[in-house]
Design a binder for this molecule. Structure first.
Ligand code: FAD
Length: 423
């Protein structure tokens, strides 16, 4: 069968699904993109916009395990676990701890390095043809320190270097030369010159989706509740008995909502929603590049609309109400990092008009996504679980899925990303 006769549905129109749909359509497949909410209304909407290719270390590390009890006691701290969700999250945390072991962590880190390698370069040609190159700015990023001991910072610097990351250790005066609005309490910073950011993550999704539609992708707003499949066809159902769509192949890019749909196909998937928040201080400026705080565990990114403070992790499932206080705490943290936040707030619209948002990061305990073919369903593919790095890894994931579906050699070995690791 030629590609142009093959019909493919991609379920999930976040940054991952959009990239999969675009890459598949570029290969000549007939793609329908399906989402229950619309284009980029999930986790891809108002994230920190950081193409964080330097983040090659899995989140499970021995140090964080020791800090965990203290971290979890503070409801406004960087990591929160809703007491009512404790039992449900326990199996995920046990797997997370298992992944903190040195050998496992090293293997996961190598897989992350492979996936992050040149991930920004996968976006560049797409943004060029979509006429949206201005949405990717390559000015590097800073990881700043207030209290951490220089010995520890130097060790981290070395760790990045050993992982092949281009990184520089900066002193106060060098930091001030790059970002004059950074406060004097910042002692050192790691500078990653090769990384990039977008000034509008939502718009980036929209322009890529628009371009995909120009090439022929159809968009269908619907919730997929059930999937039936045989050797030749995949049939997608909503709540009603009659099918919504029948296709030759299916890509599931359903983010944090993936568990039930993947379980129903017969696969285990230990995915949890790590809710994160962002607070956008409108009409403000004063930064050139993303600035992340090592101790406060959040990031500030200059956006088209203003400065965005983003971060925090909350384990509370997919249905609990958002706790906007967790976003407001980010504003307080930003005041500690930047000298001009108070002044920007005074000159900006009233605080209520600044926008608070939360999104569910789709996270697996080994910090790796699932990218690959379903072992018992040759016409179903998974592209989900990109945790804190979905924006970064989106374009590369799209390319890899398109190569896989087209039976081509993939740019990297996909074995570490197989769902088999949980089954
Ligand atoms: C505060 C915060 C800051 C972040 N900052 C960064 C960053 O700087 N850099 C970075 O790389 N990443 C960042 N991330 C992570 C990144 O946002 C996510 O990894 C990414 O958005 C996940 O994309 P996705 O397409 O998998 O999921 P989503 O964007 O959530 O899309 C999934 C889509 O699937 C749809 N869907 C699900 N189930 C169904 C169904 N049954 N039927 C129909 N539709 C369905 C949903 O409606 C949704 O639109 C951040 C996340 C947060 C929360």
């Amino acid at each position: 069968m030629h590609n142009n006769n093959t019909k493919i549905a991609v379920v999930g129109a976040g940054i991952i699904g959009i990239n999969c749909a675009l890459a598949l359509q570029q290969k000549g497949f007939q793609v329908t993109l399906v989402d229950q909410q619309g284009i980029a209304q999930g986790c891809s909407k108002a994230n920190a916009g950081h193409f964080a290719t330097e983040q090659v270390f899995p989140l499970a590390e021995p140090e964080i395990l020791w800090q965990m009890p203290k971290l979890l006691c503070d409801p406004l701290g960087p990591i929160a676990l809703s007491p009512s969700y404790l039992l449900r999250a326990l199996p995920w945390f046990l797997r997370f701890m298992f992944n903190a072991r040195a050998k496992q962590r090293h293997a996961n880190s190598m897989a992350l390095r492979a996936l992050n390698h040149q991930a920004i370069e996968y976006y560049q040609p797409l943004l060029r043809v979509a006429g949206a190159e201005h949405l990717l700015t390559r000015q590097g990023s800073l990881l700043v320190f207030e209290r951490t001991d220089l010995v520890k910072i130097t060790a981290l610097h070395r760790q990045y270097q050993q992982a092949g990351i281009n990184v520089q250790l900066l002193q106060k005066s060098e930091i001030a030369a790059l970002e004059p609005n950074i406060n004097h309490n910042i002692t050192f910073a790691l500078f990653f010159p090769d990384v990039a950011h977008t000034i509008n993550p939502h718009q980036l999704c929209v322009v890529l989706a628009d371009y995909a539609m120009k090439l022929g992708v159809c968009f269908h707003k619907a919730q997929i509740a059930r999937i039936e499949t045989d050797d030749h066809k995949v049939t997608l159902y909503g709540q009603a008995a009659q099918p919504l769509l029948q296709v030759d192949k299916l890509v599931l890019a359903t983010g944090a909502w993936s568990k039930s749909i993947v379980n129903a196909l017969g696969y285990k998937l230990p995915i949890e929603a790590e809710r994160g928040y962002s607070y956008t201080l409108l009409n403000s400026s004063g930064l050139t590049r993303p600035v992340a705080s090592a101790e406060r565990k959040f990031i500030i990114t200059p956006m088209e609309q203003g400065l965005r403070f983003a971060g925090t992790v909350e384990f509370s499932g997919l249905t609990q109400a958002a706790n906007d206080k967790r976003a407001e705490v980010l504003y307080t943290h930003a005041q500690a990092l930047l000298s001009n936040v108070a002044e920007l707030t005074r000159s900006a619209p009233a605080k209520q008009q600044n926008s608070i948002w939360s999104g569910y990061r789709p996270s697996l305990p080994d910090s790796l996504p699932v990218i690959g073919q379903a072992p018992s369903h040759p016409n179903i593919y998974f592209a989900l679980g990109h945790q804190h790095l979905g924006l970064t890894q989106g374009a590369k994931t799209g390319t890899l899925i398109a190569q896989l579906v087209a039976n081509q050699l993939t740019d990297i070995d996909l074995q570490p990303f197989s769902i088999r690791r949980f089954n």
